[in-house]
Design a protein around this ligand. Structure first.
Ligand SMILES: [Zn+2]
Length: 327
């Protein structure tokens, strides 16, 4: 018998926490090494590769620090408050300077700390699409976030600092005696400017929000049709370690699970459209395997997922290309 998510959802409403949520806090990753919720304690994925889980209560994203022969690379600038913390934390990892900070995409939790990093001597780096996305959305979103975020107000700025160095095309490789680092674009998924960081020798992949490990994705800027196809191409890298933009580190199942979630959501919403239903009246049921990506404790976000998929299906255009506001 197929177990459906609606049953799980019902249970979650009653208990306030689902079984898998509870399990996710203690699940050991990479053998016996349990991952803590602490945001200043890095998880060492390989020699010279550290992964930090960001504090969700502050909206922070995750961070990866990669050691090169003479310098460090930081994946995702984060919010300014977290960037300030990380500038200090990174000094404890290595005496080498942070030379590059890569924005995986233009969302504030990944890029609003750009100016903190450049003030500390780093160069910010992103695919061209990230700058184009910023030009589309900013400074509106920065200013909308200001009343809610002291760390933005404390910068004294009114806009996100654009990445200083842009990558044109789909690939940039940084290489030295210590390792190769590839910056890769696979097309419009979470945002039009999505970028990934791939360490081919260690088979470590940083996904930004192209794939997250949990119900943390915001889909309003997405191309929901292309996203799972992009993730299929990403999965061809066959990573051993997947370091997502939110949630715990894991393996390639984060990629395949995220893609399957969107495919199942698409099918379920299309079925409801065929029955003449519209959101918010739709009762979308997904297979139990998708539960990691469904925002059970945030019915507003779940409704947003459904409504965004609906919009994309009825308009035949990427949802993110339709006029919309951040909410
Ligand atoms: Zn994010």
């Amino acid at each position: 018998m197929k177990k459906h998510l609606t049953a799980v959802l019902g249970m979650a409403m009653l208990t306030g926490m689902t079984t898998y949520h509870r399990r996710a806090l203690v699940i050991p990753l990479f053998g016996a090494q349990a991952v803590t919720e602490t945001t200043s304690q890095p998880q060492q994925i390989a020699k010279g590769v550290w992964f930090f889980v960001g504090d969700k209560s502050k909206g922070y994203s995750n961070t990866t620090v990669i050691e090169m022969e003479d310098y460090l690379i930081v994946v995702d600038a984060n919010y300014p408050g977290r960037a300030k913390e990380l500038v200090q934390i990174v000094k404890g990892l290595s005496p080498k300077p942070v030379r590059y900070v890569f924005d995986t995409h233009a969302h504030g939790d990944h890029s609003y700390g750009n100016a903190v990093w450049t003030a500390s001597g780093a160069t910010t780096l992103a695919f061209q699409g990230v700058a184009l996305d910023m030009d589309k959305w900013e400074p509106t979103r920065w200013r909308q976030a200001m009343p809610k975020r002291a760390d933005l107000r404390e910068t004294g700025q009114n806009d996100v600092q654009r990445p200083q160095k842009l990558i044109y095309g789909h690939k940039l490789v940084l290489k030295d005696k210590m390792r190769d680092v590839e910056f890769l674009a696979f097309g419009w998924g979470h945002t039009e400017g999505d970028g990934y960081v791939w360490l081919p020798r260690e088979r470590i992949l940083c996904t930004g929000d192209g794939a997250v490990n949990g119900p943390y994705n915001k889909v309003i800027d997405a191309n929901l049709t292309n996203w799972p196809k992009a993730l299929d191409r990403v999965a061809h890298l066959r990573p051993l370690h997947v370091l997502p933009g939110h949630g715990k580190a894991g393996d390639a199942e984060i990629l395949t699970g995220q893609a399957q979630f969107f495919r199942d959501l698409r099918r379920a919403v299309a079925d409801d459209i065929a029955k003449g239903q519209k959101p918010p009246a739709m009762t979308v049921e997904l297979p139990a395997a998708d539960r990691n990506w469904v925002p059970i404790s945030r019915p507003d976000l779940w409704q947003q997922d459904i409504a965004t998929m609906y919009l994309e299906l009825v308009s035949h255009k990427p949802a993110g290309s339709l006029p919309h506001e951040w909410k």
